[in-house]
Structures are given as structure tokens and as C-alpha cells.
Design a protein around this ligand. Structure first.
Ligand SMILES: CCCCCCCC/C=C\C=C\CC(=O)SCCNC(=O)CCNC(=O)[C@H](O)C(C)(C)COP(=O)(O)OP(=O)(O)OC[C@H]1O[C@@H](n2cnc3c(N)ncnc32)[C@H](O)[C@@H]1OP(=O)(O)O
Length: 715
């Protein structure tokens, strides 16, 4: 909807009305077409101002309408009519002008912006390009290099940057609508010839071909198989080389290939899923909208290793006071230097004042007595953590929340050490904790809803995508990852190599393959976990342990001191130790050949299809178990964990969305096939939920929840 009112005697004020972000739904587009026509034909109206209701100009096309039959007037002619009007049209931008919203503003003759507004063309992040003339108008307005940057990254710019780039004409700290009306009155009699962006030539640098070549190479590398960034470059290239009308034809042609693509569907699913995971619920029925988080101003972090340091920085960045505790004097000194350095670099990069005074370092555990939350981040050792939780329980007041940063340990065991188990929640951060977006918030059967709400809110304040999950071994992310890693080892035993497995996974879109990832995080991490599970038998080669197939390859490498990047050798060679560039290791190749010979294994050629199917379907199958058990509330939760924590390519939507795109029947059939070949691998046996979904006709992912039981904790 849009409303037209006459203000200041001669200004037609059009207000977009579609809360919360005034998205351009079919009703809004119809409203704009009608009000613009009325304003243009009304002799009393000498100029027009377009603004949005409730302090937001426009969040772009209505993403919920994508994939459905498009009704209502299309955007391109609508914006063209505005640009062609013979009365000045001014956009009054508050809040956001994004995507179609900015394209609408680019069709106006002037743009007045509030200093706190954000502008951008984020279509690429939804698998699209700015196809309401944005890819043709923006380069004409601000030049090819700046337009390429904004359109291929989708980044939002501040009002100040928009002014500097020439996207907007004026920035105000006062009422934007008032400023825009005043401005409109002042330009009522001015010529509009130079204000219609589509009629302007596109300013190009001299070396424009080289520029496009370089940008295309970068977006291909960065995009890891994403098609939208490539189309964005092609559209801007059309703006630079073709007249406007032909450029528009090219824009529409490119958009047509993107609009119905699986990648666009995946990216739009991610957009909504990212928002959906914040609406958590617990098995008790407690929910995000009925539980108030505790007010938090002061948090303690205990244990200042890599994780503790990152968590401290993330908390300070979120504006909280932090008590950072490390009981070992030397470790404390090193941590203090590291945290200060990280904060200094961040302050420099972000141009904000250094916030070092918000951290107090201490070697005394007693220093945590007056905080609202304690985040324990000591070494991943159950005995150590249990002892600490016991101490904290007697040190802290009853209302203090006790959170554990653990990647796999049982939260209920830790809660049982305290007098107030309802105050205990897991917070699984991902390294580096001040950078990685994901936070798994792990609740146990006794965790209070308020404790969960506070953890989720704290995650939000730190800028994280927080996902509430039930308690089980490895929670959601690592529990699924275990089977992915294990399949990769089995493939090595059967004849593959780290290089070819990693290559297949990188071509799928992961930033790195499974063996590179293992080298980066350290082979000793998994070794320690397997030892704790009683799976490691030093020097032993047996391939069946605890009644199922087992690969001792990782253990054998660890026994040789090959822990990955940090020791210079793991699945690859790193020269010098600590370098990040993996090189194939001839030693490993010989080692694998000898291993296969001793095990009586006949090496075979394994293609990338088998690599992907076995690694990914094993992981996905575990995802179905997790859904069935209620550990994750829905497929969106699993998918966001994988996209934000494990490098799953966003344009493939996450593992569960990927399964829905491949087709559940196909995933089931391939798992059955591989399980028949490897009956000693239980994780290849298809989950009953997957079977159930297939037999009920493979419903779309949005309807899987109907087939899933209520959430509960598995431990
Ligand atoms: C065959 C060829 C066919 C060709 C047809 C071509 C037709 C298309 C032509 C042009 C296309 C233009 C493309 C676009 O414009 S795509 C949209 C681009 N816009 C965006 O990406 C902006 C997305 N939104 C945001 O970034 C934020 O929401 C923001 C506006 C910054 C506000 O942030 P915040 O205040 O944090 O609020 P939330 O993100 O939580 O959002 C609040 C609720 O609003 C919903 N929302 C937001 N934006 C949209 C949108 N564009 N469409 C629909 N819904 C939107 C969001 O989901 C939240 O909903 P809920 O509360 O239910 O979770």
C-alpha cells in the first residue's frame, strides 16, 4: 500500500506502507503506480517526495513473493515512470534503502538521506542481481569500480559513504521527510534533464577490460561456485558497454537465469532460516517470545587459551564489562598481551576508541563473584570442568548463570556439579570466537528457560547467529561432522587420497577439504576425544572397534607426532611448520600403500561423486537422526549451524536443504546402496525419519516439522 498526501501546498508526499520494512509487495507496487500517477496528473502538485512508514524507506522486493506467481505491476516500468516524470521526485531515505528499495530511489531525481540510514544492493546475497535497473543505473551514477564493489558484494553502505560515493545528494540529522520536502520545494522549477540517471553516460576507467577481468576472477574465487556474483559482473559490464535500453535487456536476461535457480532458492531459504533460528522453543514449551532474558552488564571468562581470548574480545566488542580469569601466571601474561593486541587491531580497523578498560584480568577465581554470567572456557577435559563448576557453584550467588564453552562434553554432567543446575547452559563457540558467527546454545533437561533466553540474547549482542540445541554427544554440528570425517577416512583406506577427497569437497563449495580442515584444527583434538571414548588402541591396526568399522589412520598419524599444520606434518606437508599451504606428502602416499597392503585392502579408483555422496549423505543422515530425536528443532537450525559454523556453501542452503534439493528419495536410495556395500558402517543405515518422509511423498522442507516429534535431550 502507499498513501498520497499534499504537504506544504505543492508537494505530493507518497508514503510506502508495508511494515516492518515496507517491502515492495504487489500491493505496495500497485500503490506506488496509483499514487505516482495521481501526483503527476494533479496540477496542484509541483514536486513529489517518496518516503517509507515507521522510519524505514524500503527493504526491497518482497522476498516472500519470490517463487510464487508474480502479481501486480512490475518494478521496471514503475521505476521508469517515476524517472520520466516531469515533476521532480525526491526519495526521503530513513532506516534502509536496500535492493529494489534503492533501485526505486535511483529512479527518483534526488535522494535525501538520514545520517543513520543504510543503503545497498544486497540481491547477490539472495542469489539475484539488481534487476529493476539497479545494475544499469548505479554504474552510471557512481562509476564502474564502485558499482562493481557494491553490486558483487551486496554490502550496505552508511549515509556518509553513500554521500561520498555520490549515491545521495544530501544527508540530514533531522527529520528526513521535512528535509526532503524543503529540498523538493527548492527544485520545483529546475530542469530534470541531468537528473534522469538512465540517460547519463556510464563513466568508465581507461583500463575497463582489465578491471572486469580482475573482478570476474576474484568473484569466481570468492564465490566457490555461486552463479549470482558472476551474473552481477556481467550486468555491470553491459552497463559499461551498451546503451541503457540494451543494457536493461541484458539485465533482465541474466536475472531470468538466476530467478528460478536452485542457488537463489537456497540463499533465500538461508535469509529466512537465519531469522527463524532466533525463535527458539524448549521441550517444556518455553519460547523466545514468552521468556525474558536476564539483564547483563558484566561477564566473566575463565580460561584464557585461544577460545577464552576470542570470547573475551567478542564480549568487549559487544559493549560488556569482562572479568578475564586465568589462574596460571605465565598464561595470563600471554593472554593479556594477545587480548590487548586483538582489541587494538579491531579498534584501529573499525575506527572506534580502544575499549581495553572494559576488561579486568585476574589470576583469582574469586574475581568472578560479582558478575551476572560466568563463561567457562578451560581445557576440554571433563574432570577439570566438573571441578571448576563445583567451585563456581559455591563461589557465585545463586542467580549467576554458569555457561560452559564446550564442543562436545555433556552439559548435564556439569550442571549436576552445581547447587543450581537450572542456571547451567552450554555455549559452543567456534574458533576464532570473536570472528566466527555461529554459537550453539546447548540446553539440558534442567536448564531454565531464562538461562537459555539470556544465552541467546548474549549471542545476539555479540553479533552471532545463535541456535538452541538439545544436549547430546557433539551437539548438532560435531555429531554430524564425525560421520563426515569417518567416511573420508574409509575412502582413504579404499584407495582415495587426501588431495582428491579435498578437491571434490572444494569443488562442491567448501572453503577447504576435510583433510585440510583436520590439519588446521589439529589431529590431536579428535585423537583425545577418541581416547576418551575408549576407541584408541595404541599401535593396533584393527579395523573393527566397539562392534563397528573403525579406521585407525588418524591415530597412527598422531602416534608419529603428525598433528597437522602446527607440527608441519599431518595429512599434508607444511614447510615450515605452522605454514598454511598444504603440499602433498610422498611419505603419506607410501604409508597409505603399506597400510592397505597390511590390511589386505585392494585399492580402487574412487570418483568425486562417490566422495561427495558418502561424506555428505553420512552427515545428512545424522541430521535426520538429530531431527527425529528433537535435538534440533527443525532443519533450519541444522542448516544455519552448518552454513555459519562449518563452511557449508551458503548457495547450497545447508545440508538438510541440499538433501531436499537432491531429492529425499535419491538420498535414501544412495544411502541404502552404500549401506549394503558397507554393512559394518551404522551411520550409512538410513534414518527412520528419512524413510518416513520419503514414504509420505517427500514433502517440501518447510513441512518436515510436521513429521518430527517434540524436542527433547538425548542424554
Ligand atoms: C523470470 C524473470 C523474473 C524476473 C522478475 C524480477 C522481479 C524482481 C525485480 C527486482 C528485484 C529486486 C530484488 C530485491 O529487492 S531482493 C530484496 C533485497 N533486499 C534485501 O535483501 C533486504 C533484506 N532485509 C534486510 O536486510 C533486513 O531485513 C533489514 C531491511 C536491514 C531490516 O533488518 P532488521 O531491522 O534487523 O529486521 P529483520 O531482518 O529481522 O526483518 C524484519 C522482518 O522483515 C522481513 N523482511 C525483511 N526484508 C524483507 C523483504 N525484502 N521481503 C520480505 N520480508 C522481509 C524479515 O524476514 C523479518 O520477518 P520476521 O519478523 O517474520 O522474521
Amino acid at each position: 500500500m502507499a498513501a498520497l498526501t499534499l504537504v506544504s501546498g505543492s508537494v505530493g508526499l507518497i508514503t510506502l506502507q508495508n511494515p516492518p520494512v515496507n517491502a515492495l509487495s504487489s500491493a505496495v507496487r500497485q500503490g506506488i503506480v496509483d499514487t505516482v500517477q495521481r501526483a503527476v496528473s494533479d496540477p496542484q502538485v509541483k514536486s513529489v517526495v517518496i518516503c517509507g512508514q515507521n522510519g524505514v524507506f524500503c527493504g526491497g522486493a518482497d522476498i516472500k513473493e519470490f517463487g510464487k506467481t508474480m502479481l501486480g505491476p512490475p518494478l521496471v516500468p514503475m521505476i521508469h515512470t517515476i524517472e520520466a516524470a516531469d515533476k521532480p521526485v525526491v526519495a526521503a531515505i530513513e532506516g534502509s534503502a536496500l535492493g529494489g528499495g534503492l533501485e526505486l530511489a535511483l529512479g527518483c531525481h534526488y535522494r535525501i538521506t538520514h545520517s543513520k540510514a543504510r543503503l545497498g544492493l544486497p540481491e547477490v546475497t539472495l542469489g539475484l542481481l539488481p534487476a529493476a535497473g539497479g545494475s544499469q543505473r548505479l554504474p552510471r551514477l557512481i562509476g564502474v569500480p564502485a558499482a562493481l564493489d557494491l553490486i558483487t558484494t551486496g554490502r550496505h553502505v552508511t549515509a556518509a559513504e553513500a554521500l561520498k560515493l555520490g549515491i545521495v545528494d544530501q544527508v540530514t540529522d533531522q527529520s528526513t521527510v521535512e528535509a526532503a520536502v524543503k529540498f523538493a520545494l527548492s527544485v520545483e522549477v529546475q530542469s530534470l534533464t541531468s537528473r534522469r540517471i538512465s540517460t547519463l553516460p556510464c563513466p568508465c576507467p581507461a583500463d575497463v577490460d582489465a578491471l572486469f577481468e580482475g573482478v570476474m576472477q576474484r568473484v569466481r574465487q570468492r564465490g566457490r561456485g555461486a552463479i549470482a556474483p558472476v551474473a552481477c559482473v556481467q550486468a555491470v559490464q553491459a552497463a559499461a558497454t551498451l546503451p541503457y535500453a540494451q543494457g536493461m535487456e541484458r539485465e533482465q536476461e541474466l536475472m531470468a537465469t538466476l530467478f528460478t535457480s536452485g542457488q537463489a532458492r537456497a540463499l533465500q531459504y538461508c535469509f529466512f532460516s537465519q531469522r527463524a533460528v532466533s525463535r527458539w522453543s524448549l521441550p517444556s514449551g518455553a519460547r523466545w517470545d514468552s521468556t525474558k532474558p536476564n539483564p547483563v552488564t558484566k561477564v566473566a571468562v575463565i580460561g584464557l587459551g585461544t577460545m577464552g581470548r576470542g570470547i573475551t574480545v567478542a564480549l568487549v566488542q559487544a559493549g560488556l564489562s569482562v572479568v578475564a580469569v586465568e589462574t596460571h601466571e605465565q598464561q595470563m601474561m600471554a593472554a593479556q598481551r594477545a587480548v590487548s593486541g586483538m582489541l587494538e587491531r579491531l579498534a584501529q580497523r573499525q575506527g572506534v576508541p580502544l575499549a581495553l578498560d572494559r576488561v579486568r584480568f585476574s589470576t583469582e577465581l574469586e574475581a568472578v563473584a560479582d558478575v551476572q554470567i560466568v563463561i567457562e572456557a578451560v581445557f576440554e577435559d571433563m574432570a577439570l570442568k566438573k571441578q571448576l563448576f563445583k567451585q563456581l557453584s559455591s563461589l557465585c550467588p545463586a542467580e549467576t548463570l554458569l555457561f560452559s564453552n564446550t564442543s562436545s562434553l555433556d552439559i548435564d554432567h556439569l550442571a549436576a556439579q552445581t547447587d543450581h543446575p537450572q542456571q547451567v547452559v552450554g555455549m559452543h563457540f567456534f574458533a576464532p570466537a570473536h570472528i566466527m558467527k555461529l554459537l550453539e546454545v546447548v540446553y539440558g533437561p534442567r536448564s531454565a528457560p531464562q538461562a537459555v533466553a539470556t544465552a541467546m540474547e548474549l549471542g545476539k549482542r555479540m553479533g552471532k547467529v545463535s541456535v538452541a540445541v538439545g544436549n547430546c554427544r557433539g551437539f548438532v554440528g560435531n555429531r554430524m561432522l564425525m560421520h563426515y570425517l569417518e567416511e573420508a577416512l574409509f575412502l582413504l583406506e579404499e584407495g582415495s587420497s587426501p588431495e582428491s577427497i579435498d578437491q571434490a569437497l572444494k569443488e562442491f563449495g567448501f572453503p577447504m577439504g576435510v583433510f585440510q580442515m583436520s590439519d588446521l584444527s589439529g589431529l590431536d583434538v579428535g585423537w583425545k576425544v577418541r581416547k576418551a571414548q575408549g576407541l584408541v588402541e595404541p599401535g593396533q591396526m584393527s579395523r573393527v572397534r566397539q562392534g563397528r568399522r573403525y579406521s585407525p589412520l588418524g591415530d597412527l598419524l598422531c602416534e608419529q607426532g603428525r598433528f597437522g599444520q602446527k607440527t608441519g606434518q599431518g595429512w599434508y606437508l607444511y614447510d615450515p611448520a605452522g605454514s598454511r599451504t598444504p603440499r602433498p606428502d610422498p611419505w603419506l602416499q607410501r604409508f597409505l600403500e603399506q597400510y592397505r597392503a597390511r590390511q589386505g585392502l585392494v585399492s580402487r579408483r574412487i570418483d568425486s561423486e562417490e566422495v561427495l555422496e558418502r561424506c555428505l549423505y553420512a552427515l545428512i543422515n545424522e541430521g535426520f537422526h538429530i531431527l527425529h530425536e528433537g535435538i534440533a528443532a527443525g532443519p533450519e537450525d541444522i542448516d544455519m549451524i552448518y552454513v555459519f559454523g562449518y563452511g557449508w556453501p551458503r548457495h547450497r542452503g545447508g545440508p538438510m536443504f541440499y538433501a531436499s534439493q537432491v531429492g529425499l528419495a535419491r538420498v535414501l536410495q544412495r544411502l541404502e546402496h552404500y549401506h549394503q556395500l558397507h554393512p559394518d558402517v551404522p551411520h550409512l543405515q538410513p534414518s527412520s525419519l528419512l524413510r518416513q518422509l520419503v514414504s509420505s511423498g517427500s514433502p517440501p522442507i518447510q513441512r518436515w516439522k510436521e513429521a518430527i516429534r517434540k524436542p527433547h535431550s538425548a542424554l
